[in-house]
Design a protein around this ligand. Sequence first.
Ligand code: PA5
Length: 443
Amino acid sequence: MSNSIQVFNKSAFGEITEQQVTALRDEAMAALDTLEQGSGEGNDFLGWLHLPGSITDEQLADIEETANRLRTTCEYVVVIGIGGSYLGAKAAIEALSDCFAPYKQQHTAKVLFAGNNIGEDYLNDLMTLLADRRFGIVVISKSGTTTEPAIAFRLLKDQLEKQVGKAIAAKRIVAITDARKGALRNLATQEGYKTYVIPDNVGGRFSVLTPVGLLPIAIAGFDIKALVAGAVEMENDCNEQVLTYAQTRNALYRAGKKIELLVNFNPKLHYLAEWWKQLYGESEGKDGKGIFPAAVDFSTDLHSMGQWIQDGERTIFETVISVGEQQSRVIIPHDDADLDGLNYIAGKDVDYVNKMAELGTRLAHVDGHVPNLLITVPALTERYVGQLIYFFEKACGVSGYMLKVNPFNQPGVEAYKKNMFALLNKPGYELASQEIQEKLRKA
Ligand code: PA5
């Protein structure tokens, strides 16, 4: 078994030639150099690049101590955040968790998520669950002003204070935010919460290896030292994998393959794909450019999206994340009657069947003119999840620079907020309110 993730691009050739990919080598190397030298646009947001190697044992011990305190005092810990302030933690926890953990864990804090939507029923259902339960809150917002988490935090803080009193509530709340500015920083200072800082030079979608991701992951019971160690391995040595991925996906994009499907054959990776979608979508989708990042869970989605992928418009390519070893083994039993006709795979483990589904699908899709990139991951352990996170982050920076965009800003996410605030009559948005009323009249 290899001891790191690997990237293979042979099955991309056909729709594009190997030469088209190798022709981008110099460009990819230049983009890598721009990233590593910090000489490109957005270079004030490169704090993630050497983050893993700079995390100290003391910092990890402090996070673990807070996590253990919350784990032992709370039945539930609600992680409040949206976008980059929740997807990384959610992705790692799902990738590492027992799929049915919420129904099994008896003695460990259950991590729940809120503030990533404005669903009234969602919040009501959560508050009902938490009534009379021992719960804590980790509230995460870099800006400290994002509406979705702010609403969830106001509600849950109020509930917690009513349930246990202000003093105990303050001990069960941890805030992760900017070092100095924002409403959350002010509130945390005033209420005396334990806080962690999101460094100025680390953007939300690149923040999973800061306390933003590490604290929730530790609360969920996972080994953050091993996760960071995996990321450090990639920080020290992943340029070949990064270049292969960035070069190939850019060559495909330039050849008209505008949509990248991140494919998994393991339900635990669903949220890793959600995290990846934000990472690549927010980093590359700007200036009228960018590969559209989409994701599918196979074999589930082969029964819904399979037709389109095999046979629809040929503007897609796939990047398959293939996991080597499963954490467990389930053998398909022999059945004398064989009424379901499955004896031909009796004695095989389930993952063997899954691997054949994966291989068969990749071959079929390549035949159907869907170029294929393959990323192999030895197993879903903390170490390899850490490797995957860092690899995708670095490849995103290189790929974005190849696309000639600033991969580290996200000006486009403000547009909906302006309209929403105008519609809600938020103070300071009076002019926008008038403008939007005018637009509504014309609509
Ligand atoms: O990547 C980003 O910067 C955004 O998606 C943010 O993560 C998201 O909007 C949440 O922002 P904040 O952490 O400031 O509440």
